[in-house]
Design a protein around this ligand. Structure first.
Ligand SMILES: C[S@@+](CC[C@H](N)C(=O)[O-])C[C@H]1O[C@@H](n2cnc3c(N)ncnc32)[C@H](O)[C@@H]1O
Ligand SMILES: C[S@@+](CC[C@H](N)C(=O)[O-])C[C@H]1O[C@@H](n2cnc3c(N)ncnc32)[C@H](O)[C@@H]1O
Ligand code: SF4
Length: 383
C-alpha cells in the first residue's frame, strides 16, 4: 500500500539524545559509540545543541540521554549539555528525565550536575554483580562501584534509579544468575531492565564465537534463567511490564513506554532515531559524518498505514498490557479482526498469545519467543 498517513501536526513530547562516547568498549556492545580519547567532544556537543535548538522546543514530558555513555563526559561538558537542553523548556511539564551512567564514571561532581539540571531518573549499566564476569565482558567497574554509586545517588536525593543487567553471559551458570538476582533484590531499587545477551556483529564476542572460543549458555539455560528472573522479581513485587523491564508501581519508564505505545519522539545526536510527523529517521553515524553533514538525517521514511499497523503490534505486544484492539480500530479506522483475526487465533492455539474482550497480549511463552510472534504480524501488501 503506497498511501501515506496524514501528517501529525502536534509536536512530540519526548526526546532521545545520544552521546556516542565511552571510557571502555565492552565485548558485547554494538551500539553507536567510540572510545572517548582524542574525540572532538566539545564540537559534538555544540553541534548536538544546535540540532536541538533548531526544533524550537518549548516543552517535553520525557527526555532520555543515552549512548554510549553520557557520564563519559566531564562534569563541565555534562553541565553544558544539560543546561543547553533545559534552558528554554517549561520544566513544569517535564515528567521524566533519564540519564544513563556507567558505574565507574559517576563522580560526586557529575551527580551534582545531574541534580542541578532536573534529572530525576538515573539508569546504571551494571550488567552483572560478578566481578570476574564483569572483567570477562570488558567492563572496567566492579560490583563495589555500583553499591557506592547507588548510595551516593540516594544521598543526593535520586529515588528513581534503574539498573541494566545482562544474563546468559559466557560461562554464566544458573547459580551465578541466582546470585545476581539476590543482590539485585537486596538493593530494593524501583526498576530494573534484564536483557538476555545478544551476540551482535562487529563485536569482540562475535569474533570469539567465530573462532569457537565463546562458551555461551544453551537456549534451554537461557529460558530457565528468564523464567527464574520473572518469577523472582514478580514475587518480590515488581511488575513485569515489558519483555525485559520490571518496575515497582509508579516507576515504569514513561519514556520507554512512549516507544512501545508507538508515539512520536525527537532523536538528537549521531546515530539517534526519531519519529516526527509520521516520518521515522536515523541520524548520521559515525561522528564525523554527523558533524560534517548539514542535514543530520542519514535516512528518513514516511510510514505507510500498513507499516504503522505492524509497528503498533510489534511495539505494543512488548508490553504486558498488550494491544487494545478497539483503540487500534479507532486509530487506523480499520477492523482489527478482519486484518489479524486469523493470525491471532493461530498464535493463541500455539499458546503464544492470549486475548480478552478488548486486548491481545503475549503469554510467558510468547514473551520468550517474541520474534516468532512479531513475524506473524507482518502484513502482505494490502490491496
Ligand atoms: C547501550 S548501553 C548504554 C549504557 C551505558 N553505556 C553502560 O554500559 O553502562 C544500554 C544497555 O544495553 C544493554 N546491552 C548492550 N549490548 C547488549 C547486548 N549485546 N546484549 C544484551 N544487552 C545489551 C546493556 O545492558 C546496556 O547497559
Ligand atoms: C538498551 S536501552 C536501556 C533502557 C534503560 N535501561 C531504561 O530502562 O531506562 C537504552 C539504549 O537504547 C538506545 N536507544 C534508545 N532510544 C534510542 C533512540 N531513539 N535512538 C537511538 N538509540 C536509542 C541507546 O543506545 C540507549 O543507550
Ligand atoms: S555497553 Fe555501554 S559502556 Fe559498554 S561499549 Fe556499550 S555503550 Fe559503551
Amino acid at each position: 500500500m503506497r498511501k501515506k498517513l496524514k501528517n501529525n501536526d502536534k509536536k512530540p513530547t519526548s526526546a532521545y539524545i545520544h552521546i556516542p562516547f565511552c571510557t571502555q568498549i565492552c565485548y558485547y556492545c554494538d551500539f553507536a559509540k567510540v572510545y572517548i580519547q582524542n574525540q572532538p567532544v566539545d564540537a559534538y556537543l555544540t553541534t548536538l545543541l544546535a540540532e536541538f535548538d533548531a526544533q524550537d522546543i518549548a516543552a517535553l514530558k520525557t527526555i532520555y540521554i543515552g549512548g554510549g555513555t553520557p557520564t563519559a563526559l566531564t562534569a563541565r561538558q555534562l553541565d553544558t549539555l544539560l543546561s543547553g537542553i533545559t534552558r528554554h523548556l517549561d520544566l513544569n511539564q517535564l515528567k521524566e528525565f533519564t540519564v544513563e551512567a556507567n558505574p565507574g564514571d559517576l563522580s560526586d561532581d557529575k551527580i551534582a550536575v545531574l541534580k542541578k539540571h532536573h534529572v530525576n531518573r538515573v539508569s546504571l549499566g551494571v550488567q552483572t554483580f560478578n566481578d570476574k564476569l564483569l572483567k570477562k565482558i570488558g567492563r572496567s567497574h566492579t560490583a563495589q562501584d555500583v553499591f557506592d554509586n547507588i548510595a551516593k545517588l540516594k544521598a543526593a536525593g535520586f529515588d528513581n534509579i534503574t539498573i541494566d543487567l545482562i544474563y546468559a553471559l559466557p560461562g554464566q551458570t544458573m547459580a551465578d544468575v541466582k546470585k545476581d538476582v539476590a543482590t539485585l533484590l537486596s538493593l530494593d531499587l524501583p526498576h530494573v531492565a534484564l536483557y538476555s545477551l545478544i551476540l551482535e556483529n562487529h563485536t569482540i564476542f562475535m569474533n570469539k564465537m567465530r573462532r569457537g572460543k565463546l562458551d555461551l549458555p544453551s537456549d534451554d539455560s537461557d529460558f530457565e534463567m528468564y523464567n527464574y528472573i520473572i518469577d523472582s522479581l514478580e514475587t518480590a513485587g515488581y511488575d513485569h511490564y515489558e519483555i525485559s523491564n520490571f518496575g515497582k508501581k509508579g516507576f515504569e519508564s514513561a519514556h520507554n513506554l512512549m516507544y512501545w505505545d508507538n508515539a512520536e519522539y525527537y532523536g538528537f545526536g549521531a546515530g539517534a532515531s526519531g519519529y516526527v510527523s509520521g516520518i521515522r529517521y536515523k541520524n548520521h553515524v559515525p561522528i564525523h559524518h554527523y558533524l560534517e553533514n548539514d542535514d543530520k538525517r542519514a535516512v528518513q521514511e514516511a510510514l505507510t498505514i500498513k507499516e504503522q499497523m505492524e509497528e503498533e503490534l510489534f511495539l505494543g505486544l512488548r508490553k504486558k498490557s498488550g494491544v487494545n484492539t478497539v483503540a487500534f480500530n479507532r486509530k487506523f479506522n480499520q477492523d482489527f479482526d478482519a486484518i489479524y483475526g486469523e493470525t491471532v487465533a493461530k498464535l493463541i492455539e500455539k499458546h503464544l498469545l492470549s486475548r480478552n474482550e478488548e486486548t491481545i497480549f503475549m503469554t510467558r511463552q510468547g514473551l520468550m519467543l517474541g520474534n516468532d510472534v512479531f513475524e506473524a504480524f507482518l502484513l502482505d501488501d494490502l490491496a
